[in-house]
Design a protein around this ligand. Structure first.
Ligand code: ZN
Ligand code: ZN
Length: 300
């Protein structure tokens, strides 16, 4: 095999990981990670293994498609959805509206398609703010050249209060809870076909006092994705920043009898070597747990 053929082979593999996740049966649940990084996207070979895009996770529940957060990974999911050649129908559930969780919104290809139907949900906003207004602020001069009026898709904005139970239809139930984060954030538990996938980022723990809201949300879950920005050793330097540690996630997962814990929202300073080290420590503590990587698919 010559060098180019080898390179094309590798490229082929990479492209094959960039496809939206298909649900095998009407009742099946599948989870695909399109962005796993926190705070800011980072490119470069140091982060290529785990990925540099910010938070975006696709959860398929039979025919329904939920998208948890709209970080930079959302752009790649949008491209993959357009490549399917079918009208896009999706629900984007925002944990909150900090930049690393919404920066992909202006670049989501399906927003430019008249036959796309997308509902955008958030439950953390206070003081009269709405989800629609938050997107207006994101796409406003002088920080962005065009407003959301350029989108041709049918867009719906749904405001709720973290703690509400959501009924998006299609036999899917979504429980939510408020998280401990500056300006608020929402944790989600998506249930379908007897499976439960929980997404809990961004949130800060209180050392020695497990968050009872989170424990209630994740009880017995099949998949538990958690803000693991720091290690326990690093945490004291960053107390008050609104983030947690992978060890706290593992403790919560054990206490709530979670089947699979997923380390998520990796700190930009944690390169692949650091993440490999965390993965090794994690396996010793919880053999079923995994570190999230871009392109990873879980089928609980
Ligand atoms: Zn974040
Ligand atoms: Zn945040």
């Amino acid at each position: 095999m010559n060098m180019w053929a080898k390179r094309d082979g590798l490229l082929g593999q990479m492209i094959s990981t960039k496809t939206p996740v298909a649900a095998d049966a009407k009742t099946s649940v599948a989870v695909r990670f399109w962005g796993v990084r926190g705070s800011i996207a980072c490119s470069g070979h140091e982060t290529a293994k785990y990925g540099g895009n910010t938070s975006c996770v696709e959860v398929r529940c039979g025919e329904r498609r939920f998208i948890l957060d709209a970080g930079s990974g959302l752009r790649y999911l949008g491209e993959a959805l357009l490549a399917e050649g079918k009208p896009v129908d999706a629900d984007i559930l925002l944990s909150h509206t900090h930049m690393d969780h919404v920066c992909g919104l202006p670049f989501f290809g399906p927003f430019h398609c008249p036959d796309a139907h997308v509902r955008l949900w958030s439950g953390h906003l206070e003081n009269g703010w709405t989800t629609s207004q938050a997107v207006d602020e994101l796409m406003a001069e002088p920080l962005f050249p065009v407003s959301k009026d350029i989108f041709k898709a049918h867009l719906e904005f749904v405001d709720f209060d973290a703690g509400d139970t959501l009924e998006p239809g299609g036999e899917v139930t979504i429980q939510t809870t408020p998280l401990n984060h500056p300006n608020g954030a929402t944790g989600y538990r998506i249930e379908y076909g007897g499976k439960a996938v929980c997404y809990v980022t961004d949130t800060e723990h209180v050392p020695g006092a497990p968050d009872q809201n989170i424990l209630g949300l994740i009880d017995g879950a099949d998949v538990f994705i958690y803000d693991s920005t720091y290690t326990d050793e690093e945490y004291p330097r960053f107390a008050g920043y609104g983030h947690s540690t992978w060890q706290e996630g593992a403790r919560l997962a054990c206490a709530a009898n979670v089947k699979q814990f997923v380390v998520f929202h990796h700190d930009p300073s944690h390169d692949d070597a650091v993440m490999d080290g965390i993965a090794r420590e994690l396996k010793k503590m919880l053999p079923t747990a995994v570190v999230a990587r871009e392109g990873m698919v879980l089928r609980p």
